[in-house]
Ligand binder design. Sequence first.
Ligand code: AHR
Length: 336
Amino acid sequence: MVSKKMRMRGVAAAVAVLALGLAACSSDSDDTANDDTNATQDSGDGGDSGELIKVGFSQLGAESGWRTANTESVKASLTEENGIDLTFVDAQQKQENQIKALRDFIDQGVDVIAFSPVVQTGWDEVLQEIQDAEIPVVLVDRTVDTTVTDPYATWIGADFKSEGVKAGEWVKENYPDAKIFELQGTLGSGAQVDREAGFDETVGADKILGKASGNFTRAEGKAAMEAALQAYPDMNLLFTHNDDMGLGAIEAIEAAGKVPGKDIVIVSVDGVRDGLQALVDKKFNFVVECNPVFGDQILDAIKKVYAGEDVPKETIVVDATFDQTITQEEVDARPY
Ligand code: AHR
């Protein structure tokens, strides 16, 4: 979508070119007028001539090490030096805060809106308002489920379902008879819904004793695991939708007198430094990476969308996997 502002800039440039063309016709020897033509055509192109692109970015929160790394990457890329005038708002994992921020961005007349939606549904109204205001949307990390047609220009994030499948394949191969407990992320988020679907379909629903949400945080992961250890004394494998909840679960497992990584095998997603350290310490057994460092790709998408250039509907950030063969040196070299 080319924004209303972009179209107005196009009209203004065309009018200026026409006016200067007429001036040139009226005086063949007027070189100054030709110089002015170049100056006029160069203005207002959103970044190249020094004008900044106004971007409103609604981050969903600061719930995990992954999120902190993602925010740092976004802020490092969306800078004035890179042509961006950034307004960054943290929603503290509350959808109402995100909706308010998005409406504020519309009122402020930003050029592009970028946001990472805390859950998949509940965006219809505000996405329609953004579309009516003709502001292009760059969707970051998580996905939306909406009735609005063509709600965003492009989405950049990980394939959450494939992350769940990779975790499930490792479990199936190494612990085919595992009695599994699953720590879910924020219920209704793309990361929870798709990781769970990929994992459950791969290992088989009959292998899963129970599930509970830890909302992607360490504290809630610990509390959910404490309750699960009471409810499912036979559990011998934990699949956690992120490292932070798994790290909280380690505390609960140790407090219950069990050995994480041995009595209860732990399979996680993210690959932040603390999670990979838990592999070196033999408390985690397998980690599927979800790479949070894609600020430069977001920057590139914003510039293209603003310029009205073609962008792919989706860009998948590539993920690796890690097991206990990872070395301390590799963990120390991890940038987040
Ligand atoms: O949406 C990505 C997920 O959100 C990460 O796996 C998790 O750590 C974060 O909170």
